[in-house]
Design a protein around this ligand. Structure first.
Ligand SMILES: Nc1ncnc2c1ncn2[C@@H]1O[C@H](COP(=O)(O)OP(=O)(O)OP(=O)(O)O)[C@@H](O)[C@H]1O
Length: 196
């Protein structure tokens, strides 16, 4: 399980104190909280992108040097891709020797898009590709940071359905960060209301 205890982060003069949090394999935990409180910072800490200034992040079984089992997916999927590479090349980079063709259908990714560059598909299409990029075999926990905030209802439903199936089959732990309380109640088992 992924655990955060007594944790805090300093950005110069800005200090963020995080809530204690435990994410179990197979759990779908929602995180709700006001803008600017530090939800994306929390996501970055969990994904190992920002080091903690205090407290503890524990992830038993994760050996230094092995693939990070925590993947962070953000709303602005275009930032997750090198704009010069084709989508196929980007997926190849993250999947390495494993085959991703079998998971395209689950996320509604058309194989024809593989030859295009990231900015040659729509925002909703790229977000689905982005999930395929993140759902590599070594992923055990997925931090979904407002991943469907800008998408139409049908694409949102496709994405949450696909992720729900994936999480159930692989016992993926999902941390779903959103301003949409209704969505969190729909897709999560528990919701942490972080008030600061
Ligand atoms: N790299 C950084 N350097 C300095 N301050 C930062 C940095 N990243 C974030 N902050 C500040 O940390 C605070 C928390 O930001 P964060 O993006 O984590 O909030 P959030 O809860 O995700 O907000 P929102 O819901 O609006 O996306 C904000 O005051 C932000 O300005």
């Amino acid at each position: 399980m992924l655990q955060l205890r007594n944790a805090g982060l300093d950005y110069g003069n800005t200090h963020i104190s995080f809530p204690d949090l435990t994410l179990e394999p197979g759990q779908r935990l929602g995180l709700f909280g006001p803008s600017g409180l530090g939800k994306s910072s929390l996501a970055k800490v969990l994904a190992g992108i920002e080091p903690l200034s205090q407290g503890e992040l524990t992830l038993p079984g994760f050996a230094q040097g092995s693939a990070n089992p925590v993947q962070w997916v953000i709303q602005q999927s275009e930032f997750a891709f090198n704009p010069r590479l084709s989508i196929r090349q980007s997926l190849r980079e993250s999947w390495r020797n494993d085959d991703f063709m079998g998971v395209l259908d689950r996320y509604g990714v058309d194989p024809l898009w593989l030859n295009r560059r990231p900015l040659q598909v729509s925002g909703g299409q790229l977000q689905r590709v982005n999930l395929v990029r993140a759902i590599i075999p070594s992923t055990e926990y997925l931090i979904c940071d407002e991943i469907t905030a800008h998408l139409d209802m049908i694409t949102q439903q496709q994405i949450w359905l696909a992720l729900g199936e994936e999480a159930g089959q692989r016992r993926l732990g999902l941390l779903v960060i959103s301003h949409d309380e209704e969505l969190l109640n729909l897709v999560c088992d528990d919701v942490l209301n972080w008030t600061g």
